[in-house]
Write a protein that binds this ligand. Sequence first.
Ligand SMILES: *[C@@H]1O[C@H](CO)[C@@H](O)[C@H](O)[C@H]1NC(C)=O
Length: 191
Amino acid sequence: MDMLLLRTVMLTVAITIAANLGLCFCGCASAEYDIDGDCCPMCAPGNHVYWHCTVDTSTTCVPCPASTYTDEPNGLLSCFPCTVCDAVHQLKVQKACTRSADTICEPQEGFHCVKLNKGSCTLAVEHSECKPGQYIKQTGTSFSDTVCANCTYGTYSDGSLMACLPHSKCETMGLTEVNAGTTSSDSKCEK
Ligand SMILES: *[C@@H]1O[C@H](CO)[C@@H](O)[C@H](O)[C@H]1NC(C)=O
């Protein structure tokens, strides 16, 4: 027998013996967890382990208590606490926590999200205000800030308008212009 064949045979024998003794070099299956070298079936999302499995009983699972969750199959002895949508970070609840899914937070009115984690907002900031001489090109949303743009020549806005207004034309009203308009103020007319 050549060396390669001998080695192959010995390896095959070793694997066969290991398999017959129930030894495993591959850890637990994907739906199982390891507890002191033994493999136990995992608990479904929304539950946690109450008793580990034994030789003749499967894992005993119980539902997560109020305000806690597990969102994956697990071998955990307790569930995770639900995230609180923090008013300090300008957040409110979009979707309440369930036993199998954490809370989803969203920005409060007038704020937009600047930090997301797993689809939930963790930090929001207030929308910018447009300056005098600008108009609101796009109002802010939960995920984008206000977009401002300059008024063009001959128009004005105090920053709160969705479009700039044209300056009054004193002459066409039979009046005299005493102050030319700016991008932030109308022209001033007098008799
Ligand atoms: C808008 O106006 C300001 C002040 O007049 C100016 O500094 C700025 O460059 C303008 N922005 C654009 C995009 O034209």
